[in-house]
Design a protein around this ligand. Structure first.
Ligand code: NAD
Ligand code: DAU
Length: 337
């Protein structure tokens, strides 16, 4: 089996490649990645000496590069995207280009190549926002209601993927998952930003009142879910994937991290809210549980501790990532804090 992974140098894509080569050593894995600010080949050092793994530096919006990468491929697992909501608010155009146009180019080439499966990685953000007191959860039948340029571009890509199934019979599956956390996450996202700022003795920016809720999923649980969908998922279907954390808000998370790291709560800095900030996401993952036998294994409290440990032990990784372009972005987003 030859598997094309797009965006494999990013956070979830690199965790997925490491997971795949460990659990499916006979498969060939090709990683197609543009290496944007978020792509980092250091994440894949463990794969460097594996004969069945190869890397292509290329853009999913470049038809020729995609054509080459797609040669002989059986399965596509599509992670490549612009993924950060705050950057989509600053500059939406790259989100439309990569997430919408790039996905369409990949779909065309997958169709031409008769791939056996095109799996699209999407997000719970396409479903919009729940109220804090709402006990409903998002599921596969929830109407789409994206509210940021990022989620609007992901929603568009989901629609395109579904249209290639209905119109051309491309064998697709889609997963919409919640907020991942774990090793190799770029420190623009809440958890790694908080951990690395604390390690540097810097303040931790909390948007608005801090009472926003996400449904945290450990990245390895996500990789296992994708594996099951690839092995046993029904063609044309969508699967929602969520975690074990029940309604933990951002402020509680930051306080937990501060406590574990024996830092001071004075580091918390309330800052201007994100425009259009979605209040709450919560996922009903009963379909993937009942149909494919998946459930998350990693509790939030235990795995946030392990994630902190990972950042403590990999200072070189995040210090390099936080230099250069990151500094410019940070000043634009947070000013002088
Ligand atoms: P990331 O930003 O860490 O990584 C994205 C990767 O895609 C990078 O390696 C980047 O270089 C690559 N890339 C970007 N544009 C490209 C292009 N035009 N051509 C080729 N490669 C390109 O993202 P992530 O957090 O790992 O997310 C991966 C996928 O999962 C995305 O599709 C995202 O929408 C989805 N998702 C993420 C989360 C989360 O919590 N991180 C949750 C739900 C869904
Ligand atoms: O829900 C899935 C989505 O999760 C993915 O589709 C996205 O790719 C991923 O980036 C993530 O989006 P969020 O916007 O939820 O993640 P982020 O880490 O940016 O923010 C998490 C919460 O923390 C959110 O309520 C905003 C808040 N926040 C974030 C940052 C960066 C802060 O309060 N302060 C911050 O500095």
């Amino acid at each position: 089996m030859k598997v094309l992974v797009t965006g494999g140098a990013g956070f979830i894509g690199s965790n997925f490649i490491l997971y795949w080569i460990k659990n499916h050593p006979d498969d060939k894995v090709v990683n197609l990645d543009k290496l944007t600010y978020a792509g980092n080949l250091e994440n894949l050092k463990e794969a460097d000496n594996i004969d069945n793994y190869s890397f292509i530096h290329g853009d999913i919006c470049d038809t020729k590069a995609v054509e080459k990468a797609m040669d002989g491929v059986d399965m596509v697992v599509h992670f490549a995207a612009e993924s950060h909501v705050d950057r989509s608010i600053m500059e939406p155009a790259p989100f439309v280009m990569t997430n919408v146009v790039g996905t369409q180019i990949l779909l065309d080439q997958a169709l031409k190549n008769n791939v056996k499966r095109f799996h699209h990685i999407s997000t719970d953000e396409v479903y919009g926002s729940l109220n804090l007191n709402d006990s409903n959860k998002f599921n596969e039948r929830t109407n789409y209601n994206p509210r940021s340029p990022y989620s609007a571009s992901k929603a568009s890509s989901d629609h395109l993927v579904k249209s290639y199934f209905v119109t051309y019979g491309l064998p697709i599956t889609i997963s919409n998952c919640s907020n991942n956390f774990g090793p190799y996450q770029f420190p623009e996202k809440l958890i790694p930003l908080a951990i690395t700022n604390i390690l540097e003795g810097k303040r931790v920016p909390v948007y608005g009142d801090g009472l926003y809720v996400r449904d945290w999923l450990y990245v390895e649980d996500h990789c296992r879910a994708i594996d099951l969908i690839l092995q046993k998922g029904k063609i044309g279907e969508t699967y929602c994937i969520g975690g074990l954390a029940e309604d933990i808000n951002n402020l509680t998370i930051i306080k937990k991290i501060i406590k574990i790291m024996k830092a001071n709560e004075k580091l918390i800095e309330f800052v201007k809210d994100r425009p259009g900030h979605d209040r709450k996401y919560s996922i009903d993952w009963s379909k993937i549980k009942n149909e494919l036998g998946w459930s998350p294994l990693h509790s939030f409290d235990e795995w946030v501790e392990k994630t902190i440990e990972w950042y403590e032990n990999n200072e070189n990784w995040w210090k390099r990532v936080k230099s250069g372009e990151y500094q410019k972005y940070y000043r634009k987003q947070y000013g002088n804090i």
